[in-house]
Ligand binder design. Structure first.
Ligand SMILES: NCc1[nH]cc(CCC(=O)O)c1CC(=O)O
Ligand SMILES: [Zn+2]
Ligand SMILES: [Zn+2]
Length: 384
């Protein structure tokens, strides 16, 4: 219970010119302000009221918990470590190419021959996982059914094999979708009216997932958003007898919007007509995201992903609450990455500081895995 005079002192506390100094000076500042506060309290309050005010004063002290850098780090429930990171790679069927993606700063599309030399130093710095996106460039590779998605000679299956062999410790995630391989650029097989044929799409996507798993992917991650694909993939993995060592990561809450532009440049996967709003989630659809998360968990997902990340922190938090026993992944997508780069270039903030701050937000919301184009930088930044 706070007496009137206690309340008065609390008000005087709020108005007192405290905390003028930097945090490093806070010990001195604190002592001075506490002493002046107590003596001010004594001057117009009873002894009993003063004791109330002291306890109020004690509970108002927060700076004491984070005045030291190490103590600050203890305030975070989770801290970014290298093993939380997954790095996206774009692999084309042009074996020797290494081409900068203009809208995605410092990111390249690479042919399979450029993969190992590029990854070697990163693996040495502690890279633990990559997610592979195939980019067919050769004319005539795309068709209405996305036939080349699981071409055994295609870039994804070839690089799964190569990476398994060359980097036995690296955890290989294969993104599973058809949009990179379909002539129309949509994430499935279409009906005559241009909408997705859900059944045919799920059949095809689950076949592709099995091919990637058979080639050696540790994890398959369907990003297509067709209904029921998690169940279909899980059942086929069981049928094939490989369910026990293939992790199924669902892009469960994947929102449509304008943040995938640089990715589509990189992967050449823009739809040739229409958009993805009838299968990716509407940005305001928190309830839908919750339903998708619950559904995919019930269909057998091992990991739930939310994408994009920073604009959807509430969804990450929902995922953590709805699936408390599953790892939660967040994909800091191409548009988020490009935006941070552009702002840093314009002098809005320091790139490294913002890379960390954005990731801290993502972890704070509940993610335990972060997919990000900043991974090579983080491998350097986290070792210092
Ligand atoms: N299914 C394709 C896919 N898989 C991952 C991304 C986006 C990743 C990024 O923007 O970094 C996309 C693009 C899209 O859905 O259009
Ligand atoms: Zn797609
Ligand atoms: Zn995809």
């Amino acid at each position: 219970m706070m007496s009137f005079s206690g309340l008065l002192q609390d008000l005087s506390l709020a108005n007192a010119p405290r905390r003028r100094g930097e945090m490093s000076n806070s010990t001195i500042d604190d002592r001075a302000s506490r002493a002046s506060h107590i003596s001010r309290g004594m001057s117009y309050a009873s002894t009993a009221a003063t004791s109330v005010s002291i306890s109020g004063d004690i509970s108002s002290q927060l700076h004491s918990g984070y005045s030291h850098p190490l103590a600050r780090s203890w305030q975070a429930e989770r801290q970014l470590t290298k093993s939380m990171l997954i790095y996206p790679l774009f692999i084309s069927d042009n074996d020797d190419e290494e081409v900068l993606i203009p809208s995605l700063p410092n990111q390249y599309r690479r042919g399979i021959n450029k993969l190992v030399p590029f990854l070697e130093p990163l693996v040495h710095k502690g890279l633990r996982s990559v997610v592979l996106f195939g980019v067919p460039m050769k004319p005539g590779t795309k068709d209405a059914l996305g036939t080349s998605a699981d071409d055994p000679e295609g870039p994804v299956i070839q690089s799964i094999r190569l990476l398994r062999q060359r980097f036995p410790q690296l955890f290989i995630v294969a993104d599973v979708c058809l949009c990179e391989y379909t002539s129309h650029g949509h994430c499935g097989i279409l009906k005559d009216d241009g909408s997705l044929n859900n059944q045919l799409s799920v059949d095809r996507i689950s076949d592709v997932a099995i091919s990637y798993a058979r080639a050696g992917a540790h994890c398959v991650a369907p990003s297509d958003m067709n209904d029921g694909r998690i169940r279909a993939i899980k059942l086929k993995l069981i049928e094939e007898g490989i369910v026990h060592n293939v992790t199924l990561m669902s892009y469960a809450a994947k929102f449509s919007g304008c943040l995938y532009g640089p990715f589509r440049d990189a992967a050449g996967s823009s739809p040739s007509f229409g958009d993805r709003r009838c299968y990716q989630l509407p940005p305001g659809g928190r309830g839908l995201a919750r339903r998708a998360i619950i559904r995919d968990m019930n269909e057998g997902a091992d990991i739930i992903m939310v994408k994009p990340a920073s604009q959807y922190l509430d969804i990450i938090s929902d995922a953590k609450n709805l699936a408390p026993d599953l790892p939660i992944a967040a994909y800091q997508v191409s548009g988020e990455f490009a935006m941070i780069h552009a702002a840093a270039k314009a002098g809005v903030f320091d790139l490294k500081a913002m890379a960390f701050e954005s990731t801290e937000g993502i972890l704070r919301a509940g993610a335990t895995i972060v997919i990000s184009y900043f991974v090579p930088e983080f491998l350097d930044w986290l070792s210092n």
